[in-house]
Design a protein around this ligand. Structure first.
Ligand code: ARG
Length: 561
């Protein structure tokens, strides 16, 4: 149940709408004051009374029932208490009956969301810098799906540009098929790095010529290009599999080769295109931005040109309600420009384009640099984290079965979680030790809590004890805190979608796990029949809801740890 809504519906305040009231209801910082509170300060103007008097009147008139057991006025607030037994019963019943669907919704039915994420560059390393876009995008994809939206995951591959000319030139000079096939993306990357290190004027000219050949449809150049692309993609897909990432479309920049001319034409027709030093631009000075470059003086298109074509294509193809771009904040200006140009073109849907920006990821033991080949490959970070997870698990629980499988879930989870736990705009420094801390604000901690819950349930089952929701039961403080956290899950998922913040779900997982552990340590489970049944039901519900939370983030739950 949406308790804020419920409370808003039952408040008597003439002239104030239910939605307005619902928006005002909050959770007090200190649970001893109440479970929910209505601050009355904003109502003072409409109701022409002091907040204190309003609060008193609302509290006096509030109809108490089996849902809300107390309404008290204090310093301009009305503090509400939820009937503990009623809430517990309601929430546990829902979780145990809905299972994997707890927190899901149909609110998105009939609406389409395109999400452009990961968008790797062909023939360039898939490095730690791509972690955030990949896992934030993947989490948003699952979250929106969970809420009933039709979601379209798009990998806007960076497969267009002069670097492919360089790559072909380098391959022709130093490469061979066998080595490239064996070394895959790493061999290709080495060639590219070497080219950048050694190229002189002559080689640069060669590269430009190869790029021109790709563009003009030359067969050999295109075959090489396609081959480099397929080598990169099969490598990248292996990582996506580990991270539980999927896409519905791999239409990359190259896909728009023949879709840019009509856009340029439309810009011209609408009088938006201007010449500047031989290049074609859209002037954005009135909007306080540098011009958006559309065509270079040699007629070549740019990154922005392809994004304009892509946005128009996506609108036409998917008729999206929103199109998200999960891309680092370094590209803030680029997206502001592209969105503005579309708006100037009269695309009223330009308002539905959202740049979901995020901060940088670096490693504790040294920053990443892409230039000189001194990159940290994402694959290496994942593998190392899985190895470390294995040794931690092995040390804690040497007799555990399936250690490899569990280490995979734990290690991969730790990498994903580290990019999802903080507000996405923050820069983060990845540390293996912190990410794998069993007692930290980590996925390992949450997974370990799930394993603990599983083991409680398994032991109870051995003793013939079952979870059940008693007809009447009044939870103690620890139980009730946990119940409230569980009740918050559906709203948390919605908020995560609204604000494009998977971190809300990640934080909910840690918070709920902490509340479970407080309950676990403070309350003995094997008590009289009613208490025991309730506590087992609470344990089962916690495991179920936490599993849903982790699944939205792309993280698996081991049964034992
Ligand atoms: N490939 C680009 C990069 O690595 C990201 C592309 C983002 N998507 C887009 N539609 N521009 O910087």
């Amino acid at each position: 149940m949406d308790y804020k809504r419920y409370i808003a519906q039952h408040i008597k305040a003439e002239g104030v709408s239910e939605d307005e009231l619902c928006g005002l209801v909050t959770v007090p910082p200190d649970a001893s004051m109440g479970d929910y509170a209505l601050p009355c300060f904003k109502l003072a103007k409409v109701l022409r009374k002091s907040p204190a008097l309003i609060a008193e009147a609302i509290a006096k008139d509030y109809p108490l029932d089996g849902v809300v057991s107390e309404a008290k006025a204090l310093n301009g607030y009305v503090n509400f208490r939820i009937a503990r037994g009623g809430l517990a019963k309601d929430v546990l019943t829902r979780i145990l009956s809905e299972g994997e669907r707890y927190g899901a919704s149909t609110m998105g039915e009939g609406k389409t969301i395109c999400i452009d994420y990961s968008s790797v560059n062909i023939a360039k390393p898939f490095h730690i810098g791509h972690l955030s876009t990949t896992v934030i995008g993947g989490a948003l994809y699952r979250i929106f799906k969970f809420l009933g939206y039709n979601t379209v995951g798009i990998n806007h591959l960076g497969d267009y540009g002069t670097q492919f000319g360089k790559l072909i030139a380098a391959y022709k000079r130093w490469g061979n098929k066998e080595e490239a096939e064996k070394g895959g993306i790493h061999a290709i990357n080495d060639l590219y790095v070497r080219f950048n290190e050694e190229a002189d004027e002559g080689m640069e000219a060669e590269a430009r010529e190869y790029f021109r050949l790709i563009e003009s449809g030359d067969r050999e150049a295109n075959e090489l290009f396609d081959w480099f692309k397929s080598l990169t993609l099969s490598y990248v897909k292996g990582i996506y599999e580990k991270l539980h990432i999927t896409f519905d479309s791999y239409a990359g920049e190259r896909f728009y080769t023949d879709k840019m001319a009509p856009v340029v034409e439309e810009l011209k027709e609408k009088g938006l295109l201007k010449e500047s030093n031989g290049a074609q631009i859209v002037d954005l000075e009135p909007y306080g931005m540098p011009p958006c470059l559309i065509l270079r003086s040699d007629g070549a298109s740019l990154y922005a040109t392809r994004d304009l074509a892509a946005a128009i294509y996506r609108k036409k193809t998917y008729d999206f309600d929103k199109c998200l771009y999960v891309v680092a904040y370094q590209q803030n200006l680029h997206f502001k420009q592209v969105f503005k140009v579309l708006e100037l073109m009269g695309k009223d849907w330009a308002k539905d384009l959202v740049h979901v920006a995020y901060g940088m990821v670096s490693l504790e033991d040294g920053a990443m640099s892409t230039r000189k080949g001194k990159v940290v490959w994402l694959e290496d970070v994942i593998n190392r984290c899985v190895e470390k997870a294995y040794s931690v698990i092995d040390e804690k629980n040497p007799t555990l079965e399936n250690k490899k499988e569990i280490a995979e879930k734990v290690g991969v989870g730790a990498v994903i979680f580290s990019a999802l736990y903080n507000n996405k705009i923050k820069d983060i420094v990845f540390s293996y030790d912190k990410a794998l801390n069993f007692d930290g604000e980590t996925s390992v901690y949450v997974q370990y809590t799930c394993a603990r819950a599983s083991s409680v349930l398994a032991k109870a089952a051995e003793g013939g004890y079952e979870a059940a929701i008693p007809e009447t039961y009044t939870p103690c403080d620890q139980e009730f805190e946990l119940v409230k956290a569980l009740a918050d899950f559906p709203e948390t998922v919605k908020a995560a979608a609204e604000r494009y913040e998977p971190s809300f779900v990640a934080r909910w997982c840690v918070d709920t796990a902490q509340k479970f552990n407080k309950f676990y340590f403070d309350c003995k489970i094997l008590q009289d029949e009613e208490t025991r049944a309730f506590r087992l039901a609470l344990t089962k519900a916690t495991l179920s809801a936490l599993s849903n939370g982790l699944a939205l983030l792309g993280i698996g739950v081991p049964e034992k740890m």
